[in-house]
Write a protein that binds this ligand. Structure first.
Ligand code: CUA
Length: 155
């Protein structure tokens, strides 16, 4: 009986996977591009140089203009830069890793996204609430994994 329940549940989940992808709100629809770690690092460096307004614990704080393309880089074991965004404004968030697999997890909201090296993900986001959000890595990525916490500030 347990075996049958497991089979039926596996089938239900199998059918739900594509349905969740289309109708589920937890799957952000994305644009994905191939990118080399060096090229992504270059784009992030240029972005930081252009809009840097400060520093927090050695991580640059960046205040990009409303509605622009913004960048977040994952590497062992940090997220860079700290993003300062405006409430109610839509941004295009470019996300990639320059070394290993990391997990983007936005706290205290439950937004999760896998960040795989060599791919640049573009998520269209509109922050709806002001506050400080933390980007926690939720994929084990080495010894410093539990210290890998970034920040997004919405004003
Ligand atoms: Cu990055 Cu765990």
């Amino acid at each position: 009986m347990w075996f049958s329940i497991a089979i039926v549940w596996a089938l239900v989940m199998f059918i739900m996977m594509p349905l969740w992808h289309v109708y589920g709100k937890q799957n952000p629809s994305t644009e994905t591009y191939k990118v080399t770690p060096a090229d992504f690092q270059k784009d992030v460096d240029a972005f930081i140089a252009k809009y840097k307004v400060g520093e927090e614990k050695g991580v640059p704080v960046v205040a990009p203009p409303p509605g622009s393309d913004i960048y977040l880089l994952a590497k062992q074991w940090s997220w860079s830069p700290v993003l300062k965004l405006k409430k109610g404004v839509t941004y295009r968030l470019h996300l990639s890793s320059i070394d290993v697999l990391h997990g983007f997890s936005l706290y205290p909201l439950s937004i999760n996204f896998m960040v795989i090296p060599d791919y640049e993900y573009v998520l269209t986001i509109t922050p709806t609430q002001a506050g400080e959000y933390y980007v926690v890595c939720n994929e084990y990525c080495g010894l410093g994994h539990q210290q890998m916490v970034g920040k997004i500030i919405v004003e």
